[in-house]
Design a protein around this ligand. Structure first.
Ligand SMILES: [Zn+2]
Ligand SMILES: [Zn+2]
Length: 174
């Protein structure tokens, strides 16, 4: 059980914790000190190493109910802002953090049908329209130097509708 911030030892601990965070402008309190290999902050409390986000929650909010795990609402594991933390069941946490299958790329192109390119090695789902733009930019930068061999994402499109692909590619704002 951690001391409460209203006590002297709690205040000391809170000060020590706050000295290890930096504010990234998004509201997250990003841990800048020692981190667990998964990205969670670590802090020494009374001789033992604890997860910084759990310590922060207990200090500023209250005890974490038995059996519950702390979920990062901001999805930033190194964040210790108690307002971004919520105790949930392990099952709930797993469900929340499962990578949701993206239906669109960051530019709003559909990650489905002929526009979806699945990298055979990594399994990563990529947007063909954006790949075309990225390639054009890359070649623009490289000019007039020799352009190295590049595997064209379009070469294996088989029976895909080329006009549709061109339309998607053309709709991308540079
Ligand atoms: Zn956060
Ligand atoms: Zn895209």
């Amino acid at each position: 059980m951690l001391p409460s911030v209203s006590t002297e030892s709690g205040t000391k601990l809170a000060k020590r914790l706050l000295a290890k965070v930096t504010h990234d402008g998004s509201g997250c309190w990003v841990w800048k000190a020692n981190r667990h290999y998964l990205g969670y902050g670590r802090i020494q409390v009374e001789g033992s190493s604890r997860y910084a986000h759990r310590v922060s929650y207990e200090l500023f909010v209250g005890p974490i109910p038995e059996g519950l795990t702390i979920d990062h609402l901001c999805r930033n594991r190194s964040c210790v802002n108690p307002k971004h933390l919520e105790p949930v069941t392990h099952a709930e946490n797993m469900a929340r953090s499962a990578p949701a299958t993206k239906t669109h790329c960051k530019n709003g192109h559909p990650l489905s049908g002929p526009n979806l390119y699945v990298n055979a090695t990594s399994g990563r789902r990529q947007c063909r329209a954006c790949m075309v733009v990225a390639r054009a930019r890359y070649e623009e930068k490289r000019r007039p130097r020799t352009v190295p061999p590049y595997s064209d994402p379009f070469t294996d499109r088989g029976s895909y509708d080329t006009d549709e692909m061109d339309a998607i590619a053309a709709s991308v704002k540079p």
